[in-house]
Design a protein around this ligand. Structure first.
Ligand code: ATP
Length: 235
């Protein structure tokens, strides 16, 4: 399979802080890929480098073409980014949040897409008029997912979807990610602290350490890797 997204030797900095020191990774078309690592390793910055919200150098290719632009340009190309903390508009309703998710599209058919999302997240029907801020944490994460999908992306980037959620809710979120991947052929790049669920969900993973890829490979192999097990899986 060819790579949908490819990072070659990407560096990024925040003023004097060099957050990425030459990261190379690939997301094949239609695959789920995880980025793991300790706090401050550069996981969030890797996603921000792709969506153009941090100054970066090196090469980033999307569908074989160099990616240069900022967040709006990358969104238009088909990359949806769900940031850590979800970025839900808490004062707007569920339906309004979904409509905002489709802002890069010119076509009509929003109603059909909201229906499509309700197929994955049935509560959207009953709660369409409810303020997003009154949803549970898990529902807000699902809404953030649904909102990102309203742009009909080819690549979904998720930053720590498990953050602050109970284990059962985390399982449900990852189950939905897998379902979306299988049914829609959606490629997913997911940053996750919870290495166990990430390695169960993703086909392959990259472990970052101080801005560099320390280990990478098929998830099944990483689960057998002594260092990964001890450092990230705790057994
Ligand atoms: P976490 O799980 O804590 O979010 P992470 O692996 O996502 O960690 P990043 O957020 O990408 O790590 O941070 C990488 C490095 O860049 C860290 O040293 C961090 O302190 C630094 N950094 C991140 N954001 C900024 C910023 N806005 N200004 C300055 N330094 C930053």
């Amino acid at each position: 399979m060819s790579a949908l997204l490819e990072l070659r030797d990407v560096e990024a900095r925040y003023g004097p802080v060099q957050a990425l020191r030459g990261v190379s990774l690939e997301v094949p078309e239609g695959a789920i890929v995880a980025v793991l690592g300790a706090n401050g390793a550069g996981k969030t910055t890797t996603l921000r480098a792709v969506s153009g919200t941090v100054r970066r150098s090196g090469e980033i290719l999307f569908a074989g073409k160099p990616l240069h632009g900022g967040p709006e340009a990358t969104a238009k190309l088909g990359i949806a980014h769900v940031p850590e903390g979800r970025g839900t508009f808490v004062d707007l309703t569920v339906t309004e949040n979904l409509r905002i998710g489709a802002y890069t599209r010119r076509d009509r058919g929003l109603r059909a897409d909201i229906e499509r999302m309700a197929g994955y997240f049935p509560w959207i029907h009953e709660r369409g008029g409810q303020r997003a801020g009154t949803l549970s944490g898990g529902e807000q994460q699902m809404l953030a997912l649904a909102r990102a999908l309203m742009s009909r992306p080819r690549l979904l980037m998720l930053d720590e979807p498990s953050l602050g959620l109970a284990p059962l809710v985390v399982r449900e979120i990852f189950r939905l990610v897998r379902e979306l991947n299988e049914k829609e052929g959606l490629a997913v790049l997911v940053v996750e602290q919870d290495a166990r669920i990430a390695l169960e969900t993703a086909a392959s993973a990259y472990v970052l350490e101080v801005g560099r890829v320390a280990v990478s490979g098929a998830s099944a192999d990483l689960r057998e890797d002594e260092v990964v097990r001890r450092s990230y899986l705790g057994y």
